[in-house]
Design a protein around this ligand. Structure first.
Ligand SMILES: O=C(O)CCC(=O)C(=O)O
Ligand SMILES: [Fe+2]
Length: 201
């Protein structure tokens, strides 16, 4: 696949204590539309579930796990099933691997139906991800605001994640920073986000 813009200038979003590279759109609008519609139609979307303080939570946001192998894993006390890469997910994985120089063995997909759905402040620092792991995030659909908040200083920085864009979180980012996708009344269109990860066993 050709990268939409071969002359990409990478910007480090964080002022310190981590590395976040935002590549901007790396797919043409036509390619990004193709993948958005394809993923909306073909991915095994499910409402995410968790058991938090003994309470069974079901999210409005939908999720799906894909990877190198069909495997099961447990988080928030619920066992989830991962499926094998589809043709399109594999193509997108190769694109982000080429772009970032990292390799990934799994992907968490999120479907936000509109701006009423988002993701609260968190870091992706589960044990299964290993330390200082790289996570590459590909965004399709509605442009949404994305933020980083420093765990100690509370310094916060925001950017917009564009249709067809890639962002990579690297180094000590997960140890030192939280990230979030705030809810917004301004967005009425769906957004699909793919976070490519390396699960270590
Ligand atoms: O939707 C996004 O851009 C972020 C998703 C995210 O942070 C996650 O899945 O851990
Ligand atoms: Fe995250």
């Amino acid at each position: 696949m050709d990268l939409f813009n071969p002359d990409i200038r990478v910007v480090n979003v964080l002022p310190s204590d981590g590395i976040v590279h935002y590549f901007g759109p790396v797919l043409s609008p036509k390619e990004a539309n193709f993948y958005l519609n394809c993923l909306l139609a073909t991915i095994a979307w499910k409402n995410d579930e968790a058991i938090i303080f003994g309470k069974h939570i079901i999210t409005k946001r939908k999720v799906a796990w894909y990877g190198d192998a069909e495997y099961q894993y447990t988080y928030s006390n619920i066992t989830k099933q991962a499926f094998r890469w589809t043709k399109e997910l594999l193509a997108l994985k190769h694109l982000v691997e080429q772009l970032t120089g990292n390799t990934f063995n799994s992907c968490l997909l999120n479907l936000y139906h509109n701006g009423e759905e988002g993701m609260a402040w968190h870091s992706d620092d589960e044990k299964s991800l290993g330390r200082n792991t790289s996570i590459a995030s590909l965004s399709l659909g509605a442009e949404r605001k994305f933020g980083f908040k420093h765990k100690k200083t509370k310094q916060t920085t925001w950017l917009m994640l564009e249709h067809g864009s890639v962002l990579v979180m690297k180094g000590t980012t997960q140890s030192n920073w939280l990230h979030s996708l705030p809810k917004t009344k301004k967005v009425n269109e769906p957004r699909v986000n793919l976070t490519f990860r390396t699960i270590v066993t």
